[in-house]
Design a protein around this ligand. Structure first.
Ligand SMILES: Cc1cc2nc3c(=O)[nH]c(=O)nc-3n(C[C@H](O)[C@H](O)[C@H](O)COP(=O)(O)OP(=O)(O)OC[C@H]3O[C@@H](n4cnc5c(N)ncnc54)[C@H](O)[C@@H]3O)c2cc1C
Length: 327
């Protein structure tokens, strides 16, 4: 009989895993959000789009380059060559060249995931709340207590703390992994009021990164959309602060760093990513967590120390291992 697999999370790792195993199993992806994206999400309003999670990605492995090739041909993935600078309150700005190709999805960061999703069975707006053993299978329940089905395998691609809550794996299965928070500030500023550079790495500041999203390839350059990310240290120290105060403080910091007049900021929104960036993993990690006896597994960027390509590689390695053992 074809094994049934539930994959929790339809970010890059979940979609990669589903594509890699689709010929070997009957797969359902459960995604709590309204749309695809995960940490490669975009917030949209009319003509404006803010990529408030991942900003760009690199492609180092042959396998990831192979995944991207057809999407580059279709225009869903585009090389990004910004005029990038480094900012600090204590130093004059200096240019910061990139020495390897960087990519973005177009017209928004989640376009890559949308392009990967046709043919997959994805239940959106479905938060997996718990799983319980049912004979030699797993029964999944959502946050309304509704039954989501019975599966031979349950694989989580959710961020580490959410996976840890869901999957009853031994505590040491998660040793050595970690995740840190980040605030994303999304501003509306007319392009004429912004500096000439397109993106900035920021040092010695509550902010760590600034990008003018409307100047990215495939976006509408007419409607200014700025994304500024806090540093992980600052987000950790201010995680439970009043969110209006956080938004105001980060907006003021943005203006001070860039020289943009405060009254040029037409609107400011804030998103708190509690689990944004994975910490580095020591040694040579296998790239996934696997309990073959109970048919539970986890994958995602955090298994390999973070970043978009790590999410892909983690899922691909897990899929290869599962195929190798005949699931
Ligand atoms: C602010 C920020 C900036 C970043 N910048 C970069 C960058 O510039 N370059 C780079 O390479 N990487 C960057 N990253 C990291 C990159 O976004 C991630 O490495 C990558 O998107 C992780 O993909 P994933 O599939 O492993 O996890 P995710 O994208 O987090 O996908 C997990 C999915 O699981 C879903 N989920 C969770 N719990 C449940 C549940 N109980 N039921 C159902 N669904 C659930 C979530 O909604 C989510 O869609 C950034 C991330 C953030 C947040």
């Amino acid at each position: 009989m074809t094994p049934r697999i539930a994959i929790i999370g339809a970010g890059l790792a979940g979609l990669t895993l589903a594509r890699e195993l689709s010929e070997h199993a009957d797969i359902t992806l459960f995604e709590k959000a309204r749309g695809l994206g995960g940490r490669m999400s975009s917030r949209r309003r009319d003509q404006q789009r803010w990529d408030h999670g991942a900003q760009f990605f690199t492609a180092r492995s042959r396998a990831f380059k192979a995944l991207l090739t057809p999407f580059m041909e279709s225009g869903a993935v585009v090389a990004w060559q910004p005029n990038i600078t480094t900012l600090s309150p204590n130093q004059a700005p200096y240019k910061r060249p990139w020495f390897e190709p960087h990519y973005v999805a177009a017209p928004a960061m989640n376009s890559l995931l949308k392009a990967m999703s046709p043919g997959l069975n994805i239940a959106l707006q479905t938060r997996v709340q718990s799983l319980e053993p049912q004979g030699d299978r797993w029964r999944l329940l959502d946050d309304q207590g509704e039954w989501l089905g019975e599966f031979d395998w349950v694989i989580s691609s959710a961020p580490l703390p959410q996976t840890r809550e869901l999957l009853p794996l031994a505590a040491d299965a998660y040793a050595g992994f970690g995740m840190r928070p980040c605030y994303a500030l999304m501003l509306t500023v007319d392009d004429r009021d912004l500096p000439v550079w397109d993106a900035a790495k920021v040092n010695d500041s509550p902010l760590g990164w600034i990008a003018f999203n409307h100047r990215l390839p495939g976006r509408n350059p007419e409607v200014g959309a700025v994304v500024a990310h806090s540093s992980a240290d600052w987000a950790e120290a201010h995680l439970e602060d009043d969110q209006d105060a956080v938004r105001e403080q980060l907006t003021a910091e943005f203006c001070a760093l860039t020289g943009v007049a405060p009254n040029a900021v037409q609107e400011a929104q804030l998103h708190r990513w509690r689990y944004a960036l994975a910490t580095e993993v020591d040694g040579e990690p296998v790239g996934y967590v696997l309990d073959t006896a109970r048919k539970l597994a986890a994958c995602g960027d955090w298994c390999l120390g973070g970043r978009v390509e790590a999410a892909f590689t983690s899922a691909r390695r897990l899929a290869a291992r599962l195929r190798e053992r005949g699931l």
